[in-house]
Design a protein around this ligand. Structure first.
Ligand code: PSU
Ligand code: MN
Length: 309
């Protein structure tokens, strides 16, 4: 956590979040790359606002994270959410970009990696996202492994997600998490969810049916000095699930296009997300919105118990 002086220098905390911090109320961090680079307008803004509301309804305070004019922001106003949803002047900000964006007074959307960093600097214990980044398919050649995994591994922040998209190699992503000692807890599932679908074909070691069980396991980990995060894998609700064949075909085509067009580095994930969206005629966007909201709900329920301990 940042010292008081450094917080003052680098960070702006919204009144709502500051009050929660002062009174020990549970806080749920929310990322902003999904707003700026992961979804089109206006659905991005509507979803961001809806998620904040769901977090409040479930007894927590939402803290959407971003960098605006070089200030690390914890908790955004409606105008600031709108800015993140519409401005073209926002850098997708991973760990390597973070200091540069802050030092130069720029705007940055925080990925899972930098939302975790921000949460950790602010002392927030849980982050809600849609899907985590991971080991990309073909990573044995491209070395493309999302920074998200290392940040999950090394900060005491729990991450609630709907698994990982199969634009990634889900099996290798799970292996990587295992190497770095990150537990993956399935919320009411024995299988790693694949974002748009509830199943991926990869089993998880631990299925937990109650949010209290998950919170207890996370607190136990930290009590024992086993530092680092946890992935909570919360499958998309059945009624919002996509047809696996439809989505997998769209993903395959997107991967072929990315290769053809020489897309690489930080552009890869937004490119693939965009292509999948166009190919599925907006159906994937609906699923995406539904699963993020569901993560906000379950995330807030876990956070309540985490802070209770
Ligand atoms: N996966 C999604 N939607 C997203 C992202 C991932 O389904 O919006 C975003 C998240 O912010 C995640 C980032 O942290 O992409 C990972 O990017 P990269 O693969 O470049 O590390
Ligand atoms: Mn990458």
């Amino acid at each position: 956590m940042l010292s008081k002086e450094l917080m003052k220098k680098y960070m702006v905390i919204s009144d709502e979040v500051q009050e929660a911090m002062d009174s020990g109320k549970p806080i749920v961090a929310l990322e902003s790359t999904i707003i700026s680079h992961g979804m089109p307008y206006p659905q991005n803004l509507e979803t961001a606002k809806a998620c904040e509301e769901i977090v409040r309804e479930n007894g927590c305070v939402p803290a959407t994270t971003a960098i605006i004019d070089g200030k690390i922001r914890v908790g955004l106003s409606e105008e600031e959410l709108e800015f993140m949803a519409t401005s073209k002047d926002i850098i997708k900000c991973s760990r390597r970009d973070y200091a540069y964006v802050v030092a130069n007074g720029l705007n940055g959307a925080t990925t899972v990696a930098t939302s975790i960093i921000t949460a950790s600097l602010a002392g927030i214990k849980l982050l809600v996202t849609g899907g985590i980044g991971g080991v990309h398919r073909g990573a044995e050649e491209t070395f493309d492994i999302s920074r998200d995994l290392q940040e999950i591994a090394s900060n005491n922040v729990a991450v609630v997600c709907a698994g990982a998209k199969s634009i990634l190699d889900i099996g290798l992503t799970l292996e990587y998490l295992e190497t770095f000692g990150v537990p993956v807890f399935g919320y009411q599932t024995k299988e790693m969810p694949a974002f748009y679908t509830r199943s991926s074909g990869f089993n998880l070691d631990y299925k937990m049916d109650e949010t209290s069980e998950i919170a207890n396991a996370i607190n136990t980990k930290w009590d024992l000095g086993l530092n680092g995060g946890v992935v909570v894998a919360n499958p998309i609700p059945e009624e919002d699930e996509m047809d696996a064949n439809v989505i997998n075909k769209a993903i395959e085509l997107a991967l072929i296009d990315a290769k053809k067009e020489g897309i690489h580095g930080k552009e890869t994930t937004p490119f693939l997300l965009g292509r999948v969206l166009t190919a599925t005629g907006g159906n994937s966007l609906e699923s995406n919105i539904a699963l993020v909201k569901n993560n906000a709900k379950i995330g807030a329920q876990i956070a309540r118990e985490l802070y209770n301990n």
